[in-house]
Design a binder for this molecule. Structure first.
Ligand code: SF4
Ligand code: ZN
Length: 134
């Protein structure tokens, strides 16, 4: 009978969205110990961030591209990597310790990394540059 039934009213629970879109998974290195780790590419407020976690040194996040629309659209310019005439190193210890280029490298050299402004102190949590100020 309906009169004997208990009616429980649950409080309304509002689901909420994350403040980013997960775009892709890639590999990076821990800026502290240089071990290779997974890295998430996140789109937030039309900017692109890399977020990664080292089991020993914790989580790092940094801005890697200031225009998420451009970052997504630029993928259409991907092309097969041009194989270098010579490799300078062998595959022995894994990326990035075989750097040279080694035969495991998947891309041609397409972007020279040049520090173009004085704001770079090579000390952001994503920097892979080895001569970080101590
Ligand atoms: S050359 Fe080899 S070690 Fe260096 S980044 Fe490419 S894959 Fe990694
Ligand atoms: Zn680490």
């Amino acid at each position: 009978m309906i009169a004997d039934q208990k009616i429980s009213i649950q409080p309304t629970v509002l689901k909420r969205d994350a403040d980013y879109v997960f775009y892709e998974l890639t590999r990076s290195i821990c800026p502290t110990c240089r071990h290779p780790i997974d890295a998430k590419i996140l789109l937030r407020d039309n900017k692109v961030y890399m977020q990664k976690r080292c089991p020993e040194h914790g989580e790092f996040e940094g801005l890697i591209y200031a225009d998420a629309d451009a970052y997504v659209n630029i993928a259409k310019f991907n092309k097969p990597g041009t194989i270098p005439l010579h490799y300078a190193t062998k595959i022995e210890n894994g990326c990035p310790r075989d750097c040279g280029l080694c035969p495991d490298h998947q891309q041609h050299a397409c972007v020279g990394i040049i520090e173009v402004n004085s704001a770079c102190n090579m000390d952001c949590p994503l920097s892979a540059i080895l001569n970080v100020p101590q």
